[in-house]
Ligand binder design. Structure first.
Ligand SMILES: [Ca+2]
Length: 164
């Protein structure tokens, strides 16, 4: 049992202190823990591959945290993105904190999703890191968290995503 005694960034889920989101800071340097979004959230012509874990990119000189961030490009909303299934305590309120960077070319944007429903949008238009936060109540012990990107023609970016 762990009660409220978990370290910063960890949560008590089913009696153990865990990091809910795997590789939310992308510091593995690849998409470990994440899966490319499938239709209908992904639009034809969009692309997000292992080449899109970056330490720099067009208009984005550095990560918000550590060395790496995720970048995705797609000309129109809802764009492309990444998802992962996470384990939670059903009925509990959770908070997502993330950072979004629109990169050098606009319009661009992104969103955060739980089970396919948007819980936050990032509508910034500059190449700086902006914090985006959202809360949600876990509908069950297993939900799907996703991030999306849209930006034509170059990538926008997410980094340092934490769910507690
Ligand atoms: Ca990072």
């Amino acid at each position: 049992m762990c009660g409220i005694a978990c370290a910063t960034g960890k949560s008590c889920v089913a009696g153990s202190c865990v990091t809910i989101l795997v590789n939310g800071d992308f510091e593995t340097g690849d998409f470990t823990g994440w899966t490319e979004l499938s239709n209908p959230m992904e639009t034809s012509g969009c692309d997000i591959t292992s080449t899109h874990i970056r330490s720099t990119y067009v208009g984005i000189p550095s990560a918000q945290s550590g060395m790496y961030f995720s970048a995705g490009g797609c000309p129109t909303p809802p764009g492309t993105g990444l998802e992962q299934t996470i384990t939670l305590n059903a009925g509990q309120l959770y908070t997502v904190t993330a950072y979004y960077n629109a990169g050098a070319f606009t319009p661009s944007g992104g969103a955060l999703y739980i089970d396919g429903t948007s819980i936050a949008t990032a509508a910034f238009t500059d190449a700086n890191w902006h914090q985006v936060t959202a809360t949600f109540t876990a509908s069950s012990s297993s939900v799907t968290f996703a991030i999306s990107f849209y930006n034509g023609p170059y990538e926008s970016a997410w980094d340092n995503i934490v769910i507690v």
